[in-house]
Ligand binder design. Structure first.
Ligand code: FAD
Length: 379
């Protein structure tokens, strides 16, 4: 089949790769390039970790993706994943970890509950005050974000896929299908299926069908100058549920010690939004880091990023057919946690388009009609 994939971020690049590998003739189109600085997959690093509360489907996709990240990085001789481990810290309820334990166990994903004494001894860089419980996932790690999008697209091209750098206009459906897509330079592409993986742009590409259902928010990320004891190999990635959720990645050859606050920021336009960090965000980052990691009290911020999450109302992905086009498909709404699952989601899309698997109603658009969400179970 001829398939057009629009968007070469984590979702689109892996989707195009898997479909081309399965023998289809795929054209991948991106307006700014794979993992570009405006995309949600931009920047150097993302986390892969398996604890996901009751989100059992996400744990399964993460397990599958971890296997694929590992297998393709050795096949392609490219470092895409750096094993660092992750330390989860809970100041109050730790249900997010405990609810995941049975499924992690079934899938042989390792996780250990650690005592405060063990953490203090093993990771003396971390101030454990105010933390009640700790869980450690040894196989978690950092993924090379923009780099891996480029590598996946290179591999897709090596398999014979076509890559085009142009902007696709909002498509028009007629008689229950899409006949073609038009680029902003007037060129057109015809295919049997069209898969839209436009990240935070989904609402502008589909103002009627998606519109505000995917809401980009401004997210600030800070990188600190990194003494050796805060480098990967000396300390793990970390995530802290306290007043909100904060997380970070140790320094590596790819960048400094990363800090981010997961609270959703203001609405953000991925095309025109101001990508300078706010003084308030910078102060808050310094305050948290110096408290939780006292050895970084005087560390300089050496770099910053302003990225965007592309949030759905329930923070779950959208994986569905276009409601007015039998051959149109929508994959998006990563909501701040999608990158790691790119490899598995690419397989899911390949199965959907070739009719091998049905749409999971949990991820379908109609969950946003009325209050049907509560009736559908993710596990
Ligand atoms: C600060 C931050 C930290 C994060 N941390 C993590 C993490 O640790 N772990 C994790 O798993 N996830 C994380 N995420 C979430 C994850 O990065 C995203 O969910 C994921 O990258 C989304 O990928 P995507 O392919 O859907 O979107 P994108 O990467 O935005 O890709 C969409 C692509 O579509 C292209 N495009 C858009 N419109 C058009 C058009 N009209 N024509 C042609 N091309 C078009 C764009 O140029 C873009 O390249 C984080 C996100 C942010 C912002």
């Amino acid at each position: 089949m001829k398939i057009a994939v629009i968007g070469a971020g984590a979702f689109g690049s892996w989707t195009a790769f898997h479909l081309q590998k399965a023998g289809h003739h795929v054209t991948l189109i991106d307006r700014h390039g794979p993992g570009n600085p405006k995309a949600s997959s931009g920047g150097e690093s993302r986390m892969i970790r398996s604890i996901y509360g009751k989100g059992h489907q996400y744990i399964q996709w993460t397990a599958r993706s971890l296997a694929l990240w590992n297998s393709f990085q050795s096949q392609w001789q490219e470092e895409l994943y750096v094993k660092t481990g992750i330390l989860w810290m809970f100041s109050e309820s730790d249900d997010f970890a405990r609810d995941a334990l049975p499924v992690l166990d079934q899938l042989n994903l390792k996780v250990n509950e650690l005592s405060k004494g063990t953490v203090a001894k093993r990771f003396p860089q971390i101030n454990t005050d105010g933390i009640k419980t700790f869980f450690y996932e040894p196989d978690a790690g950092l993924l090379r974000a923009n780099h891996s999008c480029k590598v996946v697209v290179d591999q897709f091209i090596k398999l014979g896929g076509d890559y085009v750098e142009k902007c696709v206009k909002p498509p028009e459906c007629a008689h229950g299908e899409l006949r073609e897509i038009k680029m902003d330079d007037g060129a057109t592409i015809q295919a049997d299926h069209y898969i839209f993986c436009c990240g935070p742009w989904m609402g502008t590409v589909f103002p009627d069908v998606i519109g505000g259902l995917i809401q980009p928010t401004r997210q600030e990320v800070f990188f600190f100058d990194t003494p050796p004891e805060f480098m990967s190999g000396h300390m793990p990635m970390w995530g802290h549920f306290g007043d909100g959720f904060r997380y970070g990645i140790p320094g590596s050859t790819y960048h400094g010690f990363k800090f981010a606050d997961d609270n959703r920021g203001a609405s953000f336009d991925p095309e025109t939004g101001d990508r300078n960090p706010s003084p308030a965000g910078m102060e808050a980052a310094k305050k948290y880091v110096s408290l939780r990691f006292p050895g970084l009290k005087n560390a300089d911020i050496i770099d910053t990023r302003v990225c965007q999450y592309e949030n759905t109302p329930d923070e779950h992905f959208i994986i569905d057919r276009h409601p007015e086009a039998e051959n149109g498909w929508l994959l998006g709404g990563g909501s701040g946690h999608g990158f790691k699952m790119g490899p598995a989601l690419g397989e899911v899309m390949a199965d959907l388009v070739s009719g091998q698997k049905p749409i999971n109603p949990f991820f379908a658009l109609r969950r946003f009609d009325g209050d049907s969400l509560s009736e559908i179970n993710l596990s």
